[in-house]
Design a protein around this ligand. Structure first.
Ligand SMILES: Nc1ncnc2c1ncn2[C@@H]1O[C@H](COP(=O)(O)OP(=O)(O)O)[C@@H](O)[C@H]1O
Ligand SMILES: [Mg+2]
Length: 466
């Protein structure tokens, strides 16, 4: 060989010859691959077989543009770019590599390309795990504020009602399995709480339960929310791509809330994941496999949706391996007392003194229908705990919207006949009810009432509304 300026021969060092060169190439730990201008593989060192697990004899003479059309070497030959370092995914072998390639010339003509690279699949896997962990951490941070101090397990799940107990016993049984669970019941009955109790009693409890509210996310975003996306999959997508909820829930539980609000197109995509446990990111080609437990919930009547053609029956049967029905509060009024006590304890701690409900309020709670179920009971008591300045919650402390106008304890009964006082009390009620209708948003309530800022805050102060 002509060593040129790149190599010399000394008294100790033998002449450069082919054998010596090949010997050196074979001892390099990275893969060295040489292709000619037609992309035919003309050389691969021993590391090729060791690292990629394919005997060299099997690839010599084959065309790389057929085996790995997207590889770096092919890219250089196609574009004429002299050299490039990059990361590649070798689809034919399912591994990630990082390295560099450069064109080789003879008399200014490209005669081939050399690639030197190493297998970084493990690093990529580790990075994937790290990113998953980060994603989960971000998600949990987001959730932390919303989840407050909800019951975490069946033990803390409040309810003595027989029908509810039957449901809880079944839930505890199914929690230990990997079965898909469908939770049914009106809004506010405790479906989220039950899903969490199931997850926390399962073998997956050390891993996160990831919730997706299918109703809150527009259809075009739901797909990337569930499955993630590759970089540049659509305008507005983050540069580095994003993990989907299915990936975040790997080894844990995915909670698909409001499943009845999912479009038919998304239902089809979901069905595939449930059946095959695999999917692709939006804009991605790599198939990802996940190990997940699915809990779904809805307040809709899925069976009549099937009849109406708005819910896929095959998806319904996939989800409905075990269904758990939560009874509305109006059908388990025996639990109102215990539930009220838990919520009052919580609000008492918050406002710094003990709160109880008057016998009249208790009677009213039993008569009332609770269309918003447990969530409504909790909100009503929270409202009362703020409005009430004493220890006992009375009828007039409840949100005006739930008190019938002709309720026994007409608000101003034994209070006063003084016109000013009666007007003031009516005004106070009005403000409370407008606040309530505006989710306690003061600016909105102020506008609705037609008060100036100053008048509004004076009145709040005057009527002791906090
Ligand atoms: N068994 C229960 N014990 C205590 N609080 C409950 C219980 N069930 C529901 N809640 C409370 O009621 C509210 C509504 O529950 P949630 O699970 O969000 O209902 P859903 O998902 O059915 O609309 C939550 O704030 C939760 O704290
Ligand atoms: Mg819910």
């Amino acid at each position: 060989m002509s060593a040129g300026v790149h190599a010399i021969t000394t008294g100790y060092f033998p002449r450069w010859d082919k054998d010596l060169l090949f010997n050196i190439l074979n001892n390099i730990h990275d893969v060295v691959l040489v292709i000619d201008a037609d992309t035919t593989i003309v050389y691969a060192n021993e590391a090729y077989a060791r690292i990629l697990g394919v005997p060299v004899a099997k690839v010599l003479g084959r065309r790389l543009d057929i085996i790995e059309p997207k590889s770096g070497a092919i890219n250089l030959l196609r574009t004429g770019k002299p050299a490039e370092s990059r990361e590649d995914f070798l689809a034919s072998l399912g591994i990630n590599v990082v390295g560099s390639s450069f064109l080789i010339y003879q008399e200014k003509k490209v005669i081939g390309c050399v690639s030197i690279f190493k297998n970084v699949t493990e690093v990529v896997e580790l990075d994937r795990k790290l990113q998953q962990t980060r994603g989960v951490a971000d998600y949990l941070k987001e959730q932390l504020e919303q989840w407050e101090q909800l019951p975490l397990s069946f033990k803390e799940y409040i309810g003595q009602n027989t029908r509810l107990k039957e449901t809880l016993v079944l839930a505890a049984k199914v929690a230990r399995t990997n079965s898909t669970v469908l939770i049914l019941g009106e809004s506010g009955v405790g479906k989220d709480v039950l899903a969490r109790a199931i997850h926390n009693s399962s073998r997956r409890k050390e891993m996160p339960m990831i919730k997706v509210n299918c109703a809150a996310i527009p259809d075009n975003l739901l797909e990337s929310e569930l499955f993630g996306y590759e970089d540049g999959a659509f305008t507005g997508a983050k540069k580095e791509g994003k993990y989907g909820k299915f990936e975040l829930a790997h080894n844990g539980t995915i909670f698909l809330d409001e499943i009845g609000d999912m479009s038919l197109a998304m239902q089809a995509k979901l069905l595939r994941v449930l059946q095959e446990k695999e999917f692709e990111r939006v804009g991605g080609t790599k198939t990802l496999k996940v190990d997940i437990r699915v809990i779904a919930a809805t307040n809709r009547d899925l069976e009549s949706m099937i009849t109406a053609g708005t819910f896929r029956s095959d998806l319904y049967y996939r989800l409905n391996i075990v269904d758990l029905y939560l009874t509305p509060l109006r059908e388990r009024k025996d639990d109102i007392k215990a539930l009220s006590k838990t919520f009052l304890d919580k609000f008492s701690r918050r406002i710094g003194h003990e709160l109880t409900i008057s016998p009249e309020v208790e009677r009213f709670f039993h008569k009332y229908d609770w269309p918003g179920n447990i969530r409504e009971l909790q909100n009503v008591l929270e409202h009362a705990s703020i409005v009430c300045n004493s220890k006992s919650i009375e009828i007039q402390h409840l949100p005006a919207r739930i008190i019938p106008v002709n309720h026994d304890s007409i608000r101003f009964k034994d209070k006063s006949n003084n016109a000013k006082e009666v007007v003031a009390m009516a005004e106070r009620e009005l403000i409370l009810s407008v606040l309530d209708n505006n989710a306690n948003n003061r600016t909105k309530a102020m506008k609705a009432l037609g008060f100036s800022r100053r008048t509004f805050y004076n009145k709040l102060h005057q009527y002791g509304i906090q």
